[in-house]
Design a binder for this molecule. Structure first.
Ligand code: PRP
Length: 206
C-alpha cells in the first residue's frame, strides 16, 4: 500500500506531536529537526513523515504532496487553504489576542497594530468597525509598542510571559488556538481507510 504522507510542523510543537503519536503506538522519535533530514519513512506504520515550517504545512496538504498534516489553527485562519480540517488535536493550546502596553488605558484609541497575522488582525478590527493600519512583522512583535511602531499587537499568547516581560497586557481575546489534523481533499477520499483508522485511534486517546 502507498505510504500515508503526514506533514508535521517543525519547532516547539514537534515534540508534543511526537508524544501524541507515541500514545497510539506510532513511534516517530527518530524525526529530529536537528538532523536536517526532511522526510522519514516508517514502513512499519505505512507512513512517511514530512517536516515543514508550520506555515507551510497547509500548503503541502492543499497540493497533495502530504495527504494529511498537523497545523496550528493560527496558520489555518491566517492563510486559508482548501483543506479539510478533520479534528482538534488539543496540542499547543494558546489564544490569539490584542495586547497593549500595561500603562495604557483599555479605551485608548488604536491606530496601528503590529502582527505576524495581518489577515486575522484585519478581520478582527473590520468586524469591530475600527479602522487600523496593520504592520506585518515576522516575529518579536512585542517590540512594536516598545519601539513605537504600533499602539497594539495581535499575537498568540501561551504562558503570557512574553507579554509580561515586555510590559504588555491583554486587551481582548480574539479566539482560542490549538493544533488541528488536516487532510488533502482528494487524499481524504482515496486514502479514506488509512486516514479514518488514524483518526479513530487519535480520537480514542484524546
Ligand atoms: C510566540 C508568540 C509570542 C510568544 C508567546 O512567538 O508570537 O511571542 O510565542 O508565548 P508565551 O505567552 O508563552 O510567552 P515565538 O516564540 O513563536 O517566536 P517569534 O515571536 O519570534 O515568532
Amino acid at each position: 500500500m502507498e505510504l500515508l504522507k503526514i506533514a508535521l510542523s517543525k519547532g516547539r510543537i514537534l515534540s508534543e506531536t511526537i508524544e501524541l503519536f507515541k500514545k497510539i503506538q506510532m513511534d516517530f522519535s527518530q524525526v529530529n529537526e536537528d538532523s536536517r533530514k526532511l522526510f522519514f519513512d516508517f514502513e512499519e506504520y505505512g507512513t512517511r513523515v514530512i517536516l515543514a515550517k508550520p506555515s507551510d504545512v497547509p500548503t503541502y496538504v492543499e497540493y497533495g504532496v502530504a495527504d494529511i498534516g498537523v497545523a496550528g489553527k493560527d496558520v489555518l485562519l491566517e492563510d486559508k487553504k482548501d483543506v479539510f480540517e478533520l479534528m482538534d488535536l488539543n496540542l499547543a493550546k494558546c489564544k490569539m489576542v490584542v495586547a497593549i502596553p500595561k500603562d495604557k488605558s483599555d479605551d485608548m484609541p488604536i491606530y496601528r497594530v503590529a502582527t505576524k497575522y495581518p489577515q486575522i488582525a484585519e478581520r478582527h478590527f473590520v468586524k469591530k468597525g475600527v479602522p487600523v493600519e496593520i504592520i506585518k512583522l515576522h516575529g518579536s512583535v512585542e517590540l512594536g509598542p516598545i519601539l513605537g511602531i504600533s499602539d497594539a499587537i495581535v499575537d498568540i499568547v501561551s504562558t503570557g510571559s512574553t507579554l509580561e516581560k515586555n510590559h504588555l497586557k491583554i486587551l481582548e481575546e480574539i479566539c482560542p488556538i490549538s493544533s488541528r489534523l488536516i487532510a488533502n481533499q482528494v487524499s481524504f477520499r482515496v486514502k479514506s481507510r488509512q486516514i479514518m483508522t488514524l483518526m479513530e485511534r487519535l480520537e480514542s486517546i484524546l
